[in-house]
Design a binder for this molecule. Sequence first.
Ligand code: MN
Length: 258
Amino acid sequence: MADVLDLTQGIIDGSVEVIDMTAPLHANTPILQLPPEFGQTAAFELEEISAYDERGPFWYWNNFRTGEHTGTHFDAPNHWVSGQGLDDVSQVPVERLIGPAAVIDCTAQVDADSDYCLDVDDIKAWEEEHGPVPDRGWFIFRTGWSSRGDDPDAFANADENGPHTPGATPAAAKYLAEETNLLGWGVETVGTDAGGAMGFDPPFPCHSMFMGAGKYGITQLRNTHLLPATGAVIIAAPLPIVTGSGSPCRVIALVNRA
Ligand code: MN
């Protein structure tokens, strides 16, 4: 077993690169917009308490308000009805926040079709080339969608029929959630399902299958292109909101550069 201090030494000497996969949190961070009959999540808001002034002469600080599912965030099993009664975000064991990354590159398919959905054949082809998806790993859907992340309209990519963003088919979601020992599924888009997934059978298959299997989701990832197909480690660190369904999350990847 390697000494954990080897990791810090690797970071210092550059043989381990630390990659931030997190989108910045601010008032324009894209959030999910549901049809108007449903409850809506709050955008990120910062309220200044003091800034080295009469309200607090020596200190600067803020209050913030936001939905649990804002920006780069973590979906806990209890987020979905299929995972009702399973772990809330504070109950997810910390060792299950860290795992190897398997990255599938579907950038070309998504460039050609914004509604592109990962299918079982894509996963089988990936496994043919790279081996089985890793035990206790994160399966990362690289789409290039994060390049739209500073433009909420382009990120949502909605028309009169709703949002057009990539995701996974019900069969692919079922395969990854039920036939593997993954920790979860990570995406670049606003949520773990395709924009059109309300109309899938079942609706929102990634949420339904992954949460139902006690697995997790991480969203609005950036810099997926800096990760190799295998060999990186991802740390996804949500806040331990007691009873919470998720949390904004710092996601960090460690990549060998030696
Ligand atoms: Mn979510």
